[in-house]
Structure formats: C-alpha cells, structure tokens
Design a protein around this ligand. Structure first.
Ligand code: PMP
Length: 347
C-alpha cells in the first residue's frame, strides 16, 4: 500500500509538475527540477534514517536481487570468502548469488525448523578471512526478524527490503544496508543502498561499470538515467513519513498493528503460529489454519470483506498479513476481528 495523500499528490501533479511545463514522467533526469527532486529525496532519507555523512546513499535499479550480486563483487575479491546467515528464501538466494563470485559460507541457518526462528551468530563461527557478514533483517516470507543485529567485528551487510523505514535501525551498526523501495518506501524500480564510504573501493577491470558502487557514488547515482518516477514517488513517501513523525512513529504504529494479530494468535486454539516468540516480525505476520480447505475458505471470506493479499508466499503456505507503513490500524483491526469470527464459526 501507499499512503493515500501520496497517491493524491501524484495524481494532482502528474500532468504538469509544479513550476514546469511537463510531467515528471517526461522530465530529463538532468533538468534542474529533477535534480531538486533527487537531492531532496536523499536529504529526507538521510534525516529519516539518521544517515551520517560517512555513508553514501545510492539510488539504484535491479531490485534488491541485484544487490545479491553487487555486494560480493564490490566487497570481496574474486574467490574470496564472505559469511551468510540462512534465514529464509531471500537470505539463501543472496548466498547462492555470492557463491558465483567467491565462497559464501553459511555460518548460521534456521532451515532445520522451516525458517521459524533467527539463529544465533557468533564471531567464532565466522571465517577469519570473511569480508563481511550478510543477514536478512526481516524475512518477508516467513515472518521472522532480527530484533538485535549481531555484534561482529567485520562489516555487517543487511537486507532491509521489507523493514527499512518501518522500524528503527542504527545505520552505524552496518557497513551496508540495502532495500527495494516497494514495501515501505515507494514503488518497484528503485533500490536504496547505504554504504559506509570506506567500503567504496577501486574494483578490478572485469566488473561492469553499472555494478560498481564507487563509480555510481561518484556520479551521484546518475551514471546513467536513474528510475526518475520511482525516485520522485519515494521522495513523496519520505516527505510524508517525516511529517507523520518519522521512523520512530512508524515503528510505534507497526508494533501496535502487529500486536493486534499476535494477540489473536496467542489466544487461539485454531490458528498455528510457528515463529519463535522473540523472533516475530512486526512487518509480516504469518500463520496457518488446520488444513488447506480451511485456508481456502478463510481467504475467500476475507476477500468478501475487502481483506486482500493475505495468501502466504508459495514457499511458506498458510496466511501472511503484511503490515507495511501505509497499512492502517483500522485495516489490521478488521483482519483481527475477522480472524476471531472465523475461529468461532469453525472451531
Ligand atoms: N529481500 C527481501 C527481504 C525481500 O522481501 C525481497 C522481495 N520481496 C527481495 C529481497 C527481492 O527484492 P526484489 O524483488 O526487489 O529484487
């Protein structure tokens, strides 16, 4: 979901951008108006996430999935070593892509229990020559999250695709953070990378320019035409989020929304929630009904009540409620009521 005021502003400005004679969709990325859009977006993002000057902010394309490849190519030598925590589908994909470039060592995994918990990661388990430790901060599909980031003495690389701007993180705990903007920060087409400047290094000739963080940073994310409309839209979301009280307020709201559903699950003898209590995600709440027939009936009834997008990911099954920033308390409350009513009718 996107905040309604953001969509309304897009609609209002779409045909003619204020002060210009064209739409933002038609503007050159070098036009002064667009330069202002991108620099304001970056400034607002830095304010929202308290990004210090010692970190570069990059606006890239290729989705979070492209970062699975860019990270190893930029942060470790060819054939080098990096540590990965295997906590779900995306964490595993990140490791698989890295292993095309070097040795992606799995130092912790929760695959043994269907990714229902966050495994502990110790410094001892990390190879001494590892260039970085990669984790997925919030596991979108399984509904688990790192409630504290591992304290390790090598750069921590964190995929925050489904939780950045939905909850507070300390950027300085990380060497690199990345996230696609389509969950809490805008629409598809833009991926944000926040990287500590000392990790921006000269790369071997064979690395394509478009995959080179240092080069992209030197060109202010304008080495080629950036995803202008996605940047414009994220800029509006940043502005709106700031006006709403920033990330601390988003986190407060998201915790409140998540508690509505976890309270129903904790009180239920009908639904199963598999995630270990201390690892529950506040962005994605996953649960199961007794069987497939119940699941289908639950989804059908939900749809009739205007509650959509609840089918669990194909790799996890069951139900998943995503509580991204723009999802309202009222909307989640309607789901909680429906869950209780469905249980009473079917138990
Ligand atoms: N990482 C996480 C945690 C995700 O949730 C997703 C997508 N849902 C991805 C990576 C992949 O993102 P993209 O589709 O932008 O490549």
């Amino acid at each position: 979901m996107l905040p309604l005021p953001v969509l309304e502003k897009v609609q209002k400005e779409l045909l003619c951008y204020p002060g210009e004679k064209c739409s933002v969709l038609e503007m050159s990325h070098r036009a002064p108006a667009f330069m202002e859009i991108i620099s304001k977006a970056e400034a607002d993002l830095r304010t929202l996430l308290a990004v210090p000057d010692s970190y570069a902010v990059l606006f890239l394309q290729g989705g979070a999935s492209m970062q699975f490849s860019m990270i190893p190519m930029n942060l470790m030598p060819r054939g080098g070593t990096a540590a990965y925590a295997d906590t779900g589908v995306f964490a595993k994909k990140a490791a698989e892509e890295a292993s095309r470039w070097g040795d992606a060592v799995i130092v912790a995994s929760s695959a043994d229990k269907s990714y229902s918990y966050i495994p502990s990661i110790t410094q001892q388990s990390i190879p001494k020559d590892a260039a970085y430790l990669h984790i997925c901060g919030n596991n979108t599909i399984f509904g688990t999250q790192f409630n504290t980031l591992p304290a390790v003495d090598l750069p921590l690389v964190v995929d925050l695709s489904s939780s950045l701007m939905g909850q507070l993180y300390n950027v300085e705990d990380c060497g690199l953070i990345y996230a696609g903007t389509q969950k809490n920060m805008g629409i598809a087409g833009l991926t944000i990378v926040i990287i500590r400047r000392d990790l921006l290094k000269e790369l071997p000739e064979e690395i394509p320019s478009m995959l080179n963080y240092k080069l992209l940073a030197e060109h202010g994310s304008m080495y080629n035409t950036p995803p202008c409309f996605s940047i414009y839209l994220s800029g509006l979301v940043f502005e709106y989020t700031l006006a709403q009280g920033g990330v601390a307020e988003m986190e407060r709201r998201n915790k409140e929304k998540a508690a509505l559903l976890y309270d129903v699950l904790d009180a239920s003898k009908f639904y199963t929630h598999k995630v270990r209590a201390q690892d529950r995600s506040i962005m994605n709440v996953t649960f199961f009904l007794p069987d497939e027939a119940f699941t289908a009936a639950f989804l059908k009834g939900a749809q009739q009540k205007g509650l959509s997008g609840l089918k669990g990911h194909r790799d996890a099954g069951g139900i998943r409620a995503s509580l991204y920033n723009a999802m309202t308390y009222k909307g989640v409350s309607a789901l909680a009521d429906y869950m209780k009513a469905f249980e009473t009718e079917n138990r």
